[in-house]
Design a protein. Structure first.
Length: 341
């Protein structure tokens, strides 16, 4: 199956997080022939009930090409034009899967071995696949993690600190607000204080940011709200200790609960010669792997600016270029531990 057809075949399988099995089944079948022809070892590694990672190793893997199989909702199928393949997951990250597979085919055709393909579940939500993979390393020294960076090598990625803010109030008729206490007012007050925090800056990763993602609460316009909640997310560029303390103090001052839901640290990554570089604000599975599959590098075709949108697409030219980029990185990391200038 050619590169573009494989990308579209993957996109046309709904693998929204938690429902990755159709893509795992397809890839297991599709890669079985490659494994057989080149004496590869293919495994389905359980990450959660009915959710498997897929590992295909050729020899003793020193370099591992890895990305994720799940996508965000809503699912929509593929179409293509002269320049792009469109559809959910086209750039995040099913086109990357296809490019890595074609890279593996090219490497094996020239006799290169001692590398692996590792495709994981859950990156978009719970990192279940990376958590499971980190507990079962196979000796790989280098991990090439695929995410849409427009084929530029990322110098680093911002971290994530996510909270659910929970406010409790007392019901009352809105004509007599003194008889109750509005959970919504408390929530708005604490969010205003959190939004006013001075956020850290890093000279490489840039400015930390905050997004108030969801707000829910209340029963009716004429009822004092007894419950309200919000979900907020910081994109981190430094260690989170000061931010955690500031959020805790704001929550205590306004008598609400700040429940930490997710933390991934900011990551600084190494450069390789002859590859242009960038810095990304999005989070990846790299911190969750925690070095278990080797020194990480982050690169892939496509733009993060269209990922997770109704306009998700991947340029065919970048997809084709990624095959050569991945092959060169694997070949030279195997030979020298770095891409030669």
């Amino acid at each position: 199956m050619d590169l573009f057809s494989l990308t579209r075949a993957l996109v046309d399988l709904d693998s929204t997080t938690g429902n990755e099995k159709p893509v795992v089944d397809f890839l297991f079948s599709h890669l079985s022939g490659l494994a057989h022809r080149h004496n590869g070892r293919m495994e389905r590694l359980s990450a959660a009930p009915d959710r498997d990672n897929l590992l295909l190793a050729f020899g003793d893997p020193i370099v591992t090409l890895s990305t994720h199989m799940d996508t965000v909702p809503p699912y929509f199928s593929s179409f293509e034009d002269d320049t792009h393949i469109h559809g959910r997951g086209s750039c995040d990250a099913k086109g990357i899967i296809a490019a890595m597979i074609h890279s593996a085919e090219a490497l094996l055709a020239e006799g290169t071995r001692n590398f692996a393909l590792l495709f994981v579940v859950g990156e978009e939500r719970d990192s279940a696949g990376a958590i499971a993979a980190a507990s079962t390393p196979r000796g790989s020294r280098f991990l090439i993690n695929g995410e849409p960076t427009e084929n530029q090598l990322a110098l680093g990625s911002k971290g994530v600190l996510r909270y659910e803010i929970l406010a409790r109030g007392k019901l009352a008729h809105s004509a007599y607000p003194e008889l109750g206490h509005s959970a919504i007012h408390s929530l708005l007050d604490v969010l205003a204080e959190i939004r006013a925090l001075a956020l850290p800056f890093d000279p490489v990763l840039g400015q930390s940011t905050l997004n108030v993602g969801t707000i829910r609460g209340g029963r009716a316009p004429n009822v004092i709200a007894d419950d309200a909640r919000a979900e907020i997310m910081f994109r981190l560029v430094t260690e989170p200790a000061d931010l955690r303390l500031a959020v805790a103090k704001a929550a205590q001052a306004h008598k609400v609960e700040a429940r930490e839901v997710l933390f991934n640290p900011a990551v600084h990554l190494n450069t390789l010669a002859d590859l242009s570089t960038t810095v990304v604000a999005f989070a990846t599975d790299i911190p969750t792997f925690n070095g278990a599959w080797g020194q990480p590098y982050l690169i892939g075709p496509g733009s993060i600016h269209v990922a997770h949108t109704a306009e998700e697409r991947i340029p065919k030219r970048e997809l084709t270029d990624a095959v050569g980029i991945y092959s060169r990185m694997v070949r030279q990391l195997l030979a020298t531990g770095e891409v030669r200038a």
